[in-house]
Design a protein around this ligand. Sequence first.
Ligand code: Y12
Ligand code: CO
Length: 173
Amino acid sequence: MRLTIVEYPNKKLREISKEVKVFDAKLHSLLDSMYPIMIDTNGIGLAAIQVAHPIKALILNIPDEEGEQPKENLLELINPVITQQDGETVYQEGCLSVPKFYEDIKRSETLTLNYQDRDGNTQTLEADGLLAIAIQHEMDHLVGILFIDKLSYARRKKFEKEYKRMLKERKSS
Ligand code: Y12
Ligand code: CO
């Protein structure tokens, strides 16, 4: 499946993703095609809506201590629901749909999650650290929220100005 990353300010990113009800070859093909595009663009997380598929599916591959992202560590989360969250942490986040921008964002520090795997089996996951942060970031995509929506009014205005300039420069080069 040929996929391209949808970038801000494309309105597609504001769509609410639909629950996955059928765990078939089409879903597997989408997940399989999301992995190389995430790795090739140095990503650690990607939601299906970021490749224009508005379904509640996301993939994550958090780098290990060596900074490697072996495929065995790939997580595929379908229909994720956070059942518990605790604490507070701030991390400088980036997003493949908002290239070149990184911002400090406040999130819960730990969480417990129910989700389905690619075959529809229900799973539970406890997460902390970068995994917990990335899960929250990717789950926001499923409801049309981007990390830049969490900025203060002043910071968001500054971002919009800089982002516009970046898009203009990219177009002219
Ligand atoms: C913390 C950190 C990240 C997340 C969510 C997942 N975000 C990403 O995977 C973002 C990756 C990213 C990679 C980029 O590099 C390329 O496109 C080659 C990038 O682009 C540039 O900076 C040029 C931007 C973002 C949650 C929590
Ligand atoms: Co993102």
